[in-house]
Design a protein around this ligand. Sequence first.
Ligand SMILES: *[C@@H]1O[C@H](CO)[C@@H](O)[C@H](O)[C@H]1NC(C)=O
Ligand SMILES: *[C@@H]1O[C@H](CO)[C@@H](O)[C@H](O)[C@H]1NC(C)=O
Ligand SMILES: *[C@@H]1O[C@H](CO)[C@@H](O)[C@H](O)[C@H]1NC(C)=O
Ligand SMILES: *[C@@H]1O[C@H](CO)[C@@H](O)[C@H](O)[C@H]1NC(C)=O
Ligand SMILES: *[C@@H]1O[C@H](CO)[C@@H](O)[C@H](O)[C@H]1NC(C)=O
Length: 830
Amino acid sequence: MLAVLLAAASAGTIPRACSRPSDREEFPFCDPKLGLDARVADLVGRLREEEKPVLLTARASPRGAIPRLGVPEYDWGGNCVHGVQARCGSNFTRCPTSFPTPGALGATFNRTGWRAMGAAIGVELRSLWLQGVGEDHDGNLPHIGLDCWSPNVAVTRDPRWGRNMETASEDPLLAGLFGVEYSLGLQRSPLERRFLQAVATLKHFDANSLEGHWDANGTFDPANGTVTRHTANAVLTRRDAASTYLRPFRLGVEQGGAAGVMCSYNAVNGTPACASAWLLRTVLRSTWRFDGYVTSDSGAVADIYKAHRFCANATCAVSRALAAGCDVDSADWPQGEPWGTGSPYMDEAARAVRTGALTRGQLDAAVARALRVRFRLGLFDPIDDQPLWRIPPTAVRAPEHERLARELSAQSLVLLQNPALAYRSGAEPDRASPRVLPLSAAEAATTAVIGPLSSAREVLLGKYFGQVCPGNHTAAGTGEQRPEWYFACVATPLEAVRALARGPVLHAPGLPSVRSTDRRGLRAAVEAARRADQAILFVGLDSSVEEEGRDRAELGLPGAQPALIRAVLRACARVVVVLINGGAVAAEAIRGGPAAIVEGFYPGFYGSETIAQALFGDVRHANRFGKLPVTVYRRSYTRAVGMLDFHVAPHAGNALGRTYRYHGGDPAKHVLWPFGFGLSYTSFSLHWAARGADVRKASLDNRHPDRVRTFELVVANTGAVRGDTVITAFFSPTRLPAAEAASAVAYQLFDFQRVSLGPAEAATLRFDASARALQLYDEAGDGVSVRGEYELSFCDQGVDQSGAGTRLTARVVVAGVEKAVLQPLVLPSQ
Ligand SMILES: *[C@@H]1O[C@H](CO)[C@@H](O)[C@H](O)[C@H]1NC(C)=O
Ligand SMILES: *[C@@H]1O[C@H](CO)[C@@H](O)[C@H](O)[C@H]1NC(C)=O
Ligand SMILES: *[C@@H]1O[C@H](CO)[C@@H](O)[C@H](O)[C@H]1NC(C)=O
Ligand SMILES: *[C@@H]1O[C@H](CO)[C@@H](O)[C@H](O)[C@H]1NC(C)=O
Ligand SMILES: *[C@@H]1O[C@H](CO)[C@@H](O)[C@H](O)[C@H]1NC(C)=O
C-alpha cells in the first residue's frame, strides 16, 4: 500500500481530502463556506472511536487514511532544523537546500536572513510534499508531512549540552527572535493569504538542555549515569522559567504565530513536560492564547511512566498526556519499518476512555486541535485557487536558496583573534602592521592544510539534514554506514582551499579524528607547516563528542588536537585555527597567542567554500564576519557550574549564574570571549548621532509602557575594505527598590542591528527604548516594569569587559508606579 501511494504521489497526484464530486454535498466539513471550527467539529463527529488515535500518532502514515470519509494519509513529523530533512525531489536529483546549523545562524544576528531561510525551507517543503518525497530517516519512512518539528528555540543553557548546534543563542531574546523569524518565513507565503504554507513546531517545551548520562551528583558517567534527557527534572524558579526558559517560546507563539509546539522528554518541577497541564494548558494555551497543536518528543509519552515513573502504566501516561494537551504522540520507530511502532496513543487511548481515565471530550479535543492544523494548511479546501499546490519541483535547491545558504554561512563565521604577523608575546600590536588574516592567495605562497577536520564533509553539516547529494537513496542502505557518494557533493575544507589558493597546497591531517590521541601523523603535519608560508588548522568537535543523546564533560579540544596546534605553531609563523563545533570550545591555550582564530561552528553545506573565501579575503564574499551568540568559557567553567543545576540567576550553589546576563562577560568569571564579540578585517567607529548630554538621557513612565524613546547612533566603516558589524543594545538596572535589586540581571539584550558597510560608509541606527523593552521578571515570574534607574549600553563588541570594544552608554529613569505588571506569568483567572 505504501509503495502504491508513493508511486501515485510522485506522479503528481497527492491524495486529497474533499476531492470527490459528492464530498461537498455529503460532508459539511468539506464545505469552505462553513467556519473552520464548525468544519473541524463536523469531521470529528463523523470519526469512529478506533479511527481517532491513529490521527494523533506521528509517522503512522499511511495508516491514518480514512477512505470512507475521503480523508487521505497525513504524516506528522517532518524535521526542518536547517533545511528540509527529506530525500531529494525529482527522482533523487534535486536535494533540499542545506543551510548552516542554527548555532551558526545565531552569529549572523540577521533577522532578515532568518526569515528568508524559513521562507525557503517552507516553499521547498511544499514542493517535496507535492512530489510525495519521503522523510530521510534510515527506516523506509513515509511521505513527509507539512509540519516541521523545528525550530529549536531553547536557550544554550550550558556549553556541555550536546544539542547546542541546534539552537541560536544563550540569550532568550535572540533565541526567541530566531524562532519568530523562522516561523513567520516558514508559515506565511507571499502567494497565499488564507492558508499556512507549512507549520513551525517550537521545541522542546520546556527546559530541555541535557542529554546524558550524568550521575545524580552531577558527575558525567557515560556508562552508568542515570540522569538523561528522559529522566532529568529541571528545577526552575518562577523567575528563571519566565525570563529564560519560557521567553523564546512565548515570542515564537505571540510574535511568530507558530502553529505547533513540541513538549520535551524532561520533567519541569517534578512533572513530565508532556503531562504538564500547567505548561501546556495554563501557560501555553490560556495565557499565550496558543491555538495550534502540541506533539510529544519521540517516545516522551512512554517516558512519563517508564522513565519518570510519574504514573503506574501506559494507560495512565496516555490519559495524563492527552488531558494535559499533548495532542500528537510521536512514538519510536524501528529501522527498516515503514512507520512508528509501539505508539502509546494507538495502544492505550481506547482503554483510557473505556476505563474513565480520560473523557471522550478530552480525546476529541486533541483530535480537533490536530485536524484544525491540517485544515489551516488548506488540505480540505479546493485547490484551484491555492498557488501552494502548484509549487514546481524546481523550487527545491533553487539558485536563490543556494545563494542565501552561502550568504548566511559567510555571515555566521566569527573572527575571534587576528594578531599582527610580527607577533611578540605581550606587546601591544601596532595598528598598521599586517595581520595573520587574510592569507595570501598568491602563486608564491605555499599553504599547509592540517587538522582532523581538513577532509571533513558530513561533520560540516552538523546534524538534522536531509539527503544532500543526488542519488537513489533507497540504494544507500541504512544505519551509519553511508556509501561514498552520500556526502561526495559537500566540499571539504581542503578542496575549498585548493580552489582559491594559487600557490602550492600541502595536506597533512596530523590526526585521524578529533578524539584521536594517535600522534603518528604529527610529524608529517609539522613537516608540511615548516615547508609552508601559511598553515590552516581545521580542528574541533564532531558527533562522536556532542550530539543528540551525548553531552560533553569537558570544554577543551578533545584528543591530541591541542598538541597538534602547539606543534604547528612552532613550525610556522603564520597560522590560522578554524574551529568547527556546536557547543563552544575552550581554546584557551591559543587565546592571546600568535594564531588567528576563526569560529566556524558547523557551517553547513557551503561552509568550506565560505571559510576559504573568508581566510583568503576574497573580495566578493569575505569579511561578512558575525558575532558570538554565546559566551565562550574557559575549561574551568565546568567546575564552577553544575550540569544538573538549571538555575540561571546566581544562587547559593552557583555564584556565577548562567550566561552573560549575570556575569557581564567578565574575563575573571571563566570567560574567554564574551557574548556579542567578533572582529573584522576593517575597523568601525560608533558615536552618537547628535551632540550634547541630552542624547544620553531619557525618562520613561511605566504607566505608559509602550511609549518609546529613540536613541540614534552612527556606525562608520573607518577601514579600507567592506565589512559587517553588529551593534548590540543591552539594559542594566542600576538603581531599583531594594526588593527587586537582588534579582536584577547585570545585562539584558533588548535590541541589535547588523549593518554591512563599504569603506568610508556610515549608517544611522535607531534603537527604541520603552518601559516594556526594559522589562524585568519578579520572583513570581511576572514580567514587570520597575521604577528606578537603568543604564543602556550600545556595544560593538558585546559585553566585553576588557575594554576592547566601543560602548556608548545612556541613563534612563523609569518613573511611574513602583512595579507595573506588564506580562503576568499566568493570567490572573487561571
Ligand atoms: C528515476 O531515475 C532512475 C535512474 O536513476 C530511472 O531508472 C527511473 O526511470 C527514473 N524514474 C522516473 C519516474 O523518472
Ligand atoms: C558521584 O557519584 C558517583 C557514583 O554514582 C561516584 O562514583 C562519584 O565519585 C561521585 N562524585 C562526587 C564528586 O561525589
Ligand atoms: C558501569 O557500566 C559498566 C559497563 O556497562 C559495567 O561493566 C559496570 O559494572 C557498571 N558499574 C556499576 C557500578 O554499575
Ligand atoms: C494503571 O494504573 C492505574 C493506577 O494509576 C490503575 O488504576 C489501573 O488499573 C492500571 N491499568 C492497568 C491496565 O494496569
Ligand atoms: C542579512 O541577510 C541577508 C540574506 O543573506 C542579506 O541580504 C543582508 O545583507 C544581511 N544583512 C546585513 C545587514 O548584513
